[in-house]
Design a protein around this ligand. Structure first.
Ligand SMILES: CC(C)(COP(=O)(O)OP(=O)(O)OC[C@H]1O[C@@H](n2cnc3c(N)ncnc32)[C@H](O)[C@@H]1OP(=O)(O)O)[C@@H](O)C(=O)NCCC(=O)NCCS
Length: 206
């Protein structure tokens, strides 16, 4: 395959998803240097979606392999319940719970491990009005070519086919490129009370 092509996720893509997630999770940049545990970020933001909702998982593959993915769910509250029943029990034994380490002293792995052991639910006003949510991640070699927009459009068509009428996402406030991308696509900011420091919530009516 020479041209980059969007296709449905296959189980053999899972390792690539973990890798892409790590390399794009520091406000859009490479987080490899922050983590001794290379899969810990993907355990939260990539793998469970591909495993539990493969019907809503797309990848982009080029000559070098899978280099982008888009995943999500049409029902965030139901998905969180499935995580608790089917995903976290598998993942929690792999990462020590940092509950005895003061918050400010936790390293990047321990901050992620805390979220694995004690997930924080998305604010209810968001999930009530915009039940679906998404994650999109392209490695640098695929960025800046219009592929992000093609991937979002293809994925939203899948979502609409399932009857969804609203989708939200959480973006790091420091990820200026992604915020510009979502603004251009038509997402708008959604204020939550109390605010989530460092997170910008965005929504789109479908
Ligand atoms: C954020 C992200 C999804 C955006 O996807 P992208 O395809 O790189 O989109 P961009 O808007 O950055 O690139 C489009 C650029 O390509 C250019 N472009 C080139 N050919 C194009 C085409 N055929 N169609 C549209 N744009 C094209 C556009 O002009 C635009 O340039 P500009 O930003 O200077 O205006 C992607 O950069 C990414 O995955 N980043 C890392 C992970 C991340 O941050 N994810 C979001 C977490 S919330």
């Amino acid at each position: 395959m020479s041209r980059a092509e969007i296709r449905p996720y296959r189980p053999g893509d899972l390792d690539a998803l973990y890798d892409i997630c790590l390399k794009t999770s520091a406000s859009g940049g490479d987080a490899s240097h922050l983590h001794a545990e290379p899969r810990i970020v993907g355990e939260i933001y990539a793998a469970p979606y591909a495993v539990l909702r493969p019907d809503l998982a797309l990848v982009i593959e080029d000559a070098e392999g899978v280099a982008a993915y888009m995943v999500g769910t049409d029902d965030t509250v139901a998905f969180d319940a499935r995580l608790e029943a089917e995903w976290w029990p598998r993942v929690r034994p792999l990462y020590a719970d940092p509950k005895d380490i003061p918050f400010a002293a936790r390293n990047a792995d321990q901050q992620r491990a805390a979220r694995i052991h004690r997930p924080i639910a998305t604010p209810r006003p968001l999930t009530d009005a915009y039940p679906a949510h998404l994650h999109i991640n392209l490695l640098p070699r695929l960025q800046g070519q219009g592929l992000g927009e093609r991937l979002v459009t293809t994925w939203l068509d899948l979502l609409k086919a399932r009857g969804a009428n609203g989708v939200h996402l959480g973006c790091s406030a420091g990820n200026a490129r992604a915020l510009r991308f979502y603004d251009r696509y038509g997402f708008r900011r959604f204020a939550v009370d109390p605010p989530w420091p460092g997170t910008v919530w965005m929504v789109l009516d479908l």
